[in-house]
Design a protein around this ligand. Structure first.
Ligand SMILES: CC(C)(COP(=O)(O)OP(=O)(O)OC[C@H]1O[C@@H](n2cnc3c(N)ncnc32)[C@H](O)[C@@H]1OP(=O)(O)O)[C@@H](O)C(=O)NCCC(=O)NCCS
Length: 155
């Protein structure tokens, strides 16, 4: 994608980040997860969800004319990576992942970890991650869960 700028998120970006997160899950993950799972995933999220990571300097954006995607890290973990549905498959995810891995390495870590959606497993494998386990993710007391793939990579 042309004219893509990678920059740290600011608190003013919280609303757009929330919209991209929702758009990404609703457009890109429906082939792998059911409607109940998608609803659980987004349940309770709001722009406020992203503020602590923004304040900690752990969230980066890929912007062109609009916000195309974002990545969040937590220690050595890539904790979120979501691309707007219309922007998928154009190298935005790869650029954001590279930024996240650079930040993780700069913080002194020698490996990175993530819990991939079924949707993203092949993308991460193409980016050098290997599967180290499987698990499930759920929120609050919800009986609904989503399957995830635990993956790691040496930096
Ligand atoms: C998974 C996701 C982050 C990938 O981002 P993207 O911008 O679409 O991916 P890119 O265009 O940067 O692809 C990078 C590489 O991965 C490969 N790739 C991407 N998706 C792939 C897939 N489903 N199968 C195989 N390869 C894939 C691309 O071919 C490309 O390879 P190349 O560099 O050799 O050309 C994005 O599609 C997304 O947000 N998905 C929905 C949300 C989600 O599941 N996020 C992950 C949470 S853990």
């Amino acid at each position: 994608m042309k004219n893509l700028l990678i920059r740290p998120a600011t608190q003013d970006d919280a609303e757009s980040i929330f919209q991209v997160h929702k758009n990404s899950v609703e457009n890109l993950c429906t082939a792998d997860y059911g409607a109940e799972q998608i609803a659980m995933w987004l349940d309770g999220r709001s722009p406020e969800t992203y503020r602590p990571a923004i304040a900690a300097g752990n969230l980066w954006l890929a912007c062109s004319d609009v916000l195309q995607g974002f990545v969040e890290i937590e220690g050595l973990e890539v904790s979120k990576l979501f691309i707007r549905g219309e922007a998928a498959g154009q190298g935005v995810g790869k650029r954001l992942l590279a930024e996240a891995l650079q930040q993780i390495a700069a913080a002194g870590h020698t490996s990175a970890y993530l819990e991939a959606t079924l949707t993203a497993e092949k993308f991460y494998a193409a980016c050098g991650f290997r599967k180290i386990g499987e698990g499930t993710f759920s929120r609050g007391n919800s009986p609904v869960s989503i399957e995830i793939i635990k993956m790691a990579r040496i930096l």
